[in-house]
Write a protein that binds this ligand. Structure first.
Ligand SMILES: Nc1ncnc2c1ncn2[C@@H]1O[C@H](COP(=O)(O)OP(=O)(O)OP(=O)(O)O)[C@@H](O)[C@H]1O
Ligand SMILES: [Mg+2]
Length: 361
């Protein structure tokens, strides 16, 4: 893991300097702290491995371990001790430290221990990613079961209500002309509501049981233009500049026009929601190896660090009126195309969502 962040916590300046030099030469990003308090400050921005002296001016290294791991749950701590006793070894293990080294330690031993700790850090991240995916899959399955039930419980009575309403409307039209408007108007309103519900149900259903996609070679630009045009009035009203930036001569992708539009609509809607007036939402596309990347950037506040992992989870929302199904749908659509959807940070200052879509062969 080159570029991994190593935090060195020790109050002996000469030793810290020496360690930092060795680690930087190996390509690690080194931060140092001379005390427990400073170490906690520094740990807030995250680390992969912390090297912590057992004896610090403001406390013991062992009691620092759990607090450091709270701040950076996937990081590992290696304790440094001036002398080895059975007690220190036991205390180190109890505290949750990954390992302990006896000072002064050989460079090779130090580097090997850090490498092992980093391997452990990698395993944590893998495990978290796996359990996140399992959670998403589980919730999607729950949505599927729920909508299958819904279709039965709601669709049939809704159809029946629609049919009866049509009967009622026909009978009303046989009444004297003068009596009709008063009665037909509410009937029209009910009919519109029934249509709305039916459409909502259809949307849910396509999401729960994604139909087989027919992936055809398509040019992305016109699809994007069409979706952006749909939102141009909305963006104007919110005083947000909605831009499109396409690399010239982009290759075709293997895609499903309707599903891609649906994904893009969700991303643009989210971006508009997140952006204040005067801001920018930009849809751009570039080729990347055997894929085409379709990105939606915004100049909003971005996604807070503590929810980044959750945005693709079904039903996760921070909006009062959100359902939290937008991004899971985007994710599912990208996967159906053999690609993926990821969250990053935008050069515009806010969030960047990227769809990676394989080129048409
Ligand atoms: N561009 C963005 N900037 C900041 N936060 C975002 C952005 N896009 C999504 N989010 C966050 O991700 C959450 C989930 O988004 P998602 O589209 O899945 O659901 P939603 O927008 O809340 O509801 P809906 O189902 O109506 O789309 C949002 O509630 C929001 O907190
Ligand atoms: Mg949304």
């Amino acid at each position: 893991m080159t570029g991994a962040r190593v935090l060195v916590v020790d109050d002996t300046a000469a030793l810290v300097e020496n360690l930092a030099e060795i680690l930087e030469a190996e390509g690690y990003q080194v931060k140092t702290a001379p005390s427990a308090a400073k170490a906690l400050d520094s740990a807030r921005s995250g680390f992969e491995v912390a090297l912590v002296d057992l004896r610090l001016p403001d406390g013991s290294g062992t009691s620092l371990v759990s607090r450091l791991k709270e701040l950076s749950p996937e990081g590992e701590v290696v304790l440094l001790t001036g002398y080895a006793t059975l007690e220190t070894a036991i205390a180190a293990v109890r505290s949750g430290a990954f390992a302990y080294l006896i000072k002064p330690c050989a460079t090779a031993e130090l580097l090997l221990t850090i490498e092992q700790a980093l391997r452990q850090v990698g395993l944590h991240a893998e495990k978290r990613e796996l359990s996140r995916r399992a959670l998403v899959a589980e919730k999607l399955a729950a949505v599927g079961t729920m909508t299958a039930g819904l279709s039965h419980e709601i669709r049939n009575p809704l159809n029946a209500a629609g049919l009866q309403l049509a009967v009622l409307e026909r009978r009303l039209r046989r009444l004297p002309e003068a009596d009709q408007p008063l009665l037909l108007e509410p009937v029209g309103l009910v009919r519109d509501e029934i249509r709305r519900l039916t459409r909502l149900l259809e949307e849910f259903l396509t999401f729960a049981r994604p139909r087989e996609l027919t992936l055809l070679p398509i040019v992305l630009a016109p699809i994007v233009e069409a979706v952006v045009a749909l939102f141009s009035k909305d963006a104007e009203r919110r005083q947000i500049s909605l831009e499109v930036m396409f690399e010239p001569a982009l290759p075709k992708i293997a895609g499903d026009r309707e599903r891609l539009q649906q994904a893009l609509m969700n991303l643009i809607l989210n971006a508009l929601d997140a952006t204040r007036s005067g801001g920018i939402v930009r849809v751009s596309s570039t080729a990347s190896g055997s894929d085409v990347l379709l990105a939606v950037d915004d100049s909003g506040p971005g996604v807070p660090a503590d929810v980044r992992d959750r945005v693709f989870e079904p039903f996760f929302t921070t909006k009062a009126a959100g359902t939290g199904l937008g991004l899971p749908m985007v994710h599912a659509i990208a996967a159906q195309h053999g690609g993926n959807a990821t969250l990053g940070t935008s050069p515009l200052g806010g969030a960047r969502f990227v769809l990676r879509l394989p080129k048409a062969s």
